[in-house]
Write a protein that binds this ligand. Structure first.
Ligand SMILES: C[S@@+](CC[C@H](N)C(=O)[O-])C[C@H]1O[C@@H](n2cnc3c(N)ncnc32)[C@H](O)[C@@H]1O
Length: 352
């Protein structure tokens, strides 16, 4: 039976309190799938109402437990953790946006240009087509489509990256429209594009289903949707998992790596597709050394930069060594430089 005090607690917060999200972690980008845990109720001896949030041995996830006296020597613990499985996707997205705005992703973006070129070919783009690049960064796929004389709109939620894309288009003399847009809420009317694509972009939005349905919505019937998504077991998939070991993920957010699995792609796009082709591909990361890769990513790649910022000096050192070890396992250079193939899933959906 609940006491008046615990009933009051339940009324106030449904038995739970709103717990502020931790400061930014890489886990906000890349989480493993977690089992949904139900709030637990258990009995423990105690004598007063306490909040152990601020104690040294408080739960690492910042959650609160309230111990409520229900008898002379019996206490019920009301678990005040936020309901797992209902993460605050808006708050997570806001943090991600800050992270992608930090560093300078453009430095990394230009190195993976070949992915956009390959995807443009796989989609069999035709000159004059209206093409949308979603979460375009500094214009990887944008430039590939513009070079095929398409009428391209390049979108991202980071202003600075759109500017960097604009500089590239200007330098090459292609007229491209750059527009700030959230992948989960595209500001375009239904069926307004012949082709819609995202290279390693849409996969990072926290509301995965919403981003996918927005891409489908703005693509006309018979048009094409193209995706390049890192797979869970490829180098970048493993790198994010490695980082996730140092900064445990918040519960309830789906892993972006799902976009790199055939199962999820089938489940999400098949019903709206007249054809769906998915091929594993490799992008090869070529750097001066493993340490050079870490240095570049730590300085320019927002999520990595923020991960390092969140760790103390020892944590940073161990993380560096873990990434270097991962690269060592996959490196096929044989000469001290870094040559690491990273698997991704290339997808072309023809819209029904
Ligand atoms: C790894 S970068 C990829 C950029 C580019 N497509 C490329 O291939 O180089 C991820 C990009 O997704 C963007 N992004 C992530 N979530 C987004 C969202 N919800 N709406 C718009 N852009 C988003 C980031 O700002 C970043 O530019």
């Amino acid at each position: 039976m609940l006491t008046e005090a615990s009933k009051k607690l339940m009324r106030l917060g449904g038995g739970r309190s709103t717990v502020a999200l931790r400061d930014w972690t890489i886990a906000d980008f890349w989480t493993r799938e977690q089992e949904l845990r139900q709030p637990s109720y258990s009995l423990e001896p105690a004598s007063s109402l306490v909040n152990d949030h601020a104690k040294p041995n408080a739960p690492a996830d910042g959650s609160m437990r309230s111990l409520t006296k229900i008898g002379d020597n019996m206490t019920t613990i009301i678990d005040c953790r936020p309901p797992i499985g209902t993460p605050d996707l808006k708050a997570i997205k806001a943090k991600q946006q800050v992270a992608w705005s930090s560093g300078d992703y453009a430095i990394v973006g230009v190195t993976i240009q070949i992915v956009g070129e390959r995807l443009a070919e796989a989609m069999d783009l035709r000159s004059g087509q209206k093409v949308l690049d979603v979460a375009a960064g500094n214009g990887n796929f944008t430039l590939a489509a513009a070079r095929r004389w398409c009428d391209v709109t390049s979108t991202d939620y980071v202003d600075n990256l759109l500017q960097r894309g604009c500089q590239r288009a200007e330098a090459e003399g292609f007229p491209v429209t750059f527009q700030k847009a959230d992948a989960e809420d595209l500001p375009f009317t239904d069926a307004s594009f012949d082709a819609v694509a995202s290279t390693f972009g849409g996969m990072f939005s926290p509301d995965q289903g919403r981003t996918a349905s927005e891409m489908l919505r703005v693509c006309r019937s018979g048009g094409r949707i193209g995706l390049a998504n890192w797979t869970p077991d490829g180098f970048i998939g493993q790198m994010f998992k490695t980082i996730g070991k140092h900064l445990p993920p918040p519960a309830g957010v789906k892993s972006p790596a799902l976009w790199g699995t055939l199962e999820w792609i089938e489940k999400t796009f098949r019903a709206e597709a007249s054809s769906l082709v998915a091929e594993p591909r490799y992008f090869v990361f070529r750097y001066r050394s493993a340490q050079h890769f870490v240095d570049v990513f730590r300085q320019y790649y927002g999520p990595m930069l923020k991960a390092f910022e969140a760790l103390d000096a020892t944590g940073r050192e161990v993380l560096t060594q873990d990434i270097i070890e991962l690269i060592g396992r996959l490196n096929r250079s044989g000469d001290g430089t870094m040559v690491v193939p990273s698997e991704y899933l290339e997808v072309v959906v023809t819209r029904r």
